[in-house]
Design a protein around this ligand. Sequence first.
Ligand code: UTP
Length: 473
Amino acid sequence: MSANVDEQRARYEAAGQGHVFRFWEQLSQGQRDTLLSQLKDIDPEEVGRSYRAMQRGQGESEAPEDVKPVPEDAFGSMLRSPASLLSQWEKQGLEQIAEGRMAVLLLAGGQGTRLGMSCPKGMVSVGLPSGKSLFQLQAERIRALQRLAGTAKPVPWYIVTSAHTHVPTEAFFREHAWFGLDPDSVRFFQQGQLPALTVSGKIILQDKGLIAMAPNGNGGVYRALSSSGALADMQARGVRHVHTYCVDNVLVRVGDPAFLGFCIHKNADCGAEVVEKVDPTEPVGVVCRVGDHYRVLEYSEISSELASRRDTHGRLEFSAASICNHYFSVDFLQEVVRQYEPQMLYHVAHKKVGYVDDEGRPVAPDKPNGIKMEKFIFDVFPFSKNFAVFEVLREDAFSPLKNADKPGQVDCPSTARKAVYILHAHWVEKAGGHVSSGSGGVVCEISPLVSYAGEALQERVKGKTFPSPFVLD
Ligand code: UTP
């Protein structure tokens, strides 16, 4: 054991991180074992290199030049493309699904710190009358897709978790019998994690004998696809297309066949589903071109002059707001893991990280005191050789759960719930029915097992009025 300790101490001291042994003499044997096993899994030199590269990259990428909006010919749009093309793309997408060529990839490794629940976000219910969790809604949308595609072949569902979410996520699926899906088609795999750092790059001790670790961002999925064998598994199953999405969007159209068909029609290797940004000050990332490449530029990376510019129709020129809904061909993912992922720099995320003070007492900071190094899923866009952008209506497809409820809050359980009620009541209206308002306004929830996107409702609702709460299951 002592040779082991000496070896680790030497590695960490050489990397300027010797302070992680600061409380070694005070640790019990069990604590020492825990710390040593953590230390062995970290490469302190690489942490330092990544930190320094991130610092340099930050300086360079602040104000990219030659920024242009997405050109019209790269766009498909649920609002503006002709209905005949939209149904053609949807049909093409469903054909691929029927042939088992599409998989869905769920990003579920985040810590959900803003929401502040102790369980993984996918296990959370936003308070719909059915009480369904986000995981259940997504599983049922996958079952609905299989029904729409008329296939008995399951759509493979790959779920990336992290050290924080893996065990409870798997247990939740088991407890709920995989929500009616074939367990063989649901595969969990873990992304990596990195130590949290002080702003000057020092590893943070969360306790005397414990390093503060954090998942390495949703771009950590690429390394994990390769190291876990998930990408090889996709190839073995004959999957050619992957739809990737975030766990926290209550309206997500999992495996959206129109988006899939559009990307295939465009022969794209990579694509983004976007919603229209209408307010120049909305703090969202937008898909745009920088030089010859596509990128998502954060709100802070675009000047207010550019962000406010409008075209002749009055639309913002930079209107393609990213909703973390992406298409990848499996061939492209292979190139990414082989070639491009190592070139992607980490981004800095300023977060509250619990730490121990000089006396070894745990401190819970009330404002961000540390940084986490994260790669982003969209960091691969610049490597795409043929990129496609597909616009969907926000009210049809996007309402994220980021924050806990409080008055005036956005992106929280009550806004997510309301988005479902408005959309589903709209489906009922379109099918010739009506949901009347109750004391809590209009409450309408239609199970994905009944309808994926508003189809198949006429027979059940036409000519009828339903009082709120109306639940169709
Ligand atoms: P967010 O960036 O919104 O992070 O994740 P979060 O963890 O949900 O919430 P905060 O920022 O801590 O409050 C967007 C999506 O990326 C996934 C999340 O699970 C979510 O689906 N994600 C995030 C990962 O899969 N891994 C990560 O390391 C980070």
